[in-house]
Write a protein that binds this ligand. Structure first.
Ligand code: NAD
Length: 355
């Protein structure tokens, strides 16, 4: 089995669902269920014995040790993090704690566990660290895309904390020989994305007839990857990535924020037309985020060359699926907005105890 951290979040839950569809291997899912963790994302696994959910903090070393000793996973895939840049600007403390101290705690727990394995299991073991392209800083309009050897130049408390965690992972490989791989991925989008992030926020606001707030001039550029493609990239790197290496993962889809919002409005105009007129009428420009990085672009040739991975979705196919998913899951959105998704945990535990 494998141990996943942060598997109730956006990418983690998509990864767990994908993993259990694609493999027979069980998953221990360690997640603290912060505001960003939503067990409703995993409701379809409620009766699947291959998924074992443990509510807990990655900074809790005793818990980490206990889970590793009890379940003896052959790999750890580490998603758990505070992940929202705006929140990191308002309250960086939680980011330092989870992203840096949490990663350190896991590395130490895994190092102790790894030392107890026999040589075959030791060689096969993997610690997969899931990171972001934001550690590389910001690009000018005509700069080449980030390669794995691009200098680390993080600009936000979020990206600085992720950069620190990447360095810890690297050091635990070089110093202790821990068998690690790291992936640095561009912006993800898709089902179960918490509606504080650009794409779900715009869909949800548009459907509610609320303003679509665009930071600054809307010309900030990001590369976008459909979340299930990120899951398949992680499976590929976990299976075949070279130890101690980092792999950039991207969708070859550079878009300005304004282009993204226009695309979403046009899809909604087609799929759920509003008698009041095009959703584009709701676009409003708001004060920019401080230190807002201008452009990220990922050069994902290494993972393609070494492991043959390429995304299955184009932006057009992925974004259409995403908009349709939000239209089909108004209940999921309503539970997130009302906060009642958090009750799901209590309900779920009550049912489990009863069963
Ligand atoms: N969202 C993106 O576009 C993107 C892109 C590249 C990389 N990443 C990275 O992928 C990972 C997952 O991102 P996401 O968007 O799914 O984030 P998310 O915020 O949706 O989910 C994070 C999950 O981690 C859990 N968590 C937070 N603190 C914890 C702690 N101390 N102990 C245990 N669990 C804790 C939360 O409950 C939540 O379920 C992060 O490491 C992030 O840096 C995200």
């Amino acid at each position: 089995m494998i141990l996943v951290t942060g598997g109730a979040g956006f990418i983690g839950s998509n990864f767990v669902l994908d993993w259990l569809e694609q493999t027979q291997e069980a998953v221990i899912n360690l997640d603290a269920l912060t505001y960003a963790g939503n067990l409703e994302n995993l409701a379809s696994l409620q009766h699947d014995p291959r998924h074992v959910f443990v509510r807990g903090d990655i900074c809790d070393r005793a818990l980490v040790d206990r889970l590793l000793a009890e379940h003896r996973p052959r790999a750890v895939v580490h998603f758990a993090a505070e992940s929202h840049v705006d929140r990191s600007i308002h309250g960086p403390g939680a980011f330092m704690r989870t992203n840096i101290e949490g990663t350190y705690t896991l590395l130490e727990g895994v190092r102790a566990h790894w030392a107890t394995l026999d040589s075959g299991d030791k060689a096969a073991f993997r610690f997969h660290h899931v990171s972001t392209d934001e550690v590389y800083g910001s690009l000018g309009a005509t700069d080449p895309a980030f390669t794995e050897s691009h200098p680390y130049e993080p600009n936000s408390p979020y990206s600085a904390s992720k950069a620190a965690s990447d360095h810890l992972v690297r050091a635990w490989h070089h110093t202790y020989g821990l068998p690690v791989v790291t992936t640095n991925c561009s912006n993800n989008y898709g089902p179960f994305h918490f509606p504080e992030k650009l794409i779900p926020l715009m869909i949800v606001n548009a459907l509610a007839g609320k303003p679509l707030p665009i930071y600054g001039d809307g010309q900030n550029v990001r590369d976008w990857l459909y979340v299930r493609d990120h899951a398949s990239a992680i499976r590929a790197v976990l299976a075949g990535g070279r130890l101690g290496e980092t792999y950039n993962i991207g969708g070859w889809n550079e878009k300005t924020n304004l282009e993204i919002v226009h695309t979403l409005c046009d899809l909604l105009d087609e799929l759920k037309p509003d008698p009041a007129g095009s959703y584009r009428r709701l676009i409003t420009y708001v004060k920019d985020r401080p230190g807002h990085d201008r452009r990220y672009a990922i050069d994902a040739r290494k993972v393609e060359r070494e492991l043959g991975w390429r995304p299955a979705e184009t932006f057009e196919t992925g974004v259409r699926k995403t908009v349709q998913w939000y239209l089909d899951h108004a209940d999921w959105v309503a539970h997130v907005q009302s906060g009642s998704y958090r009750d799901w945990v209590e309900q779920n535990y009550a049912e489990r105890q009863a069963g």
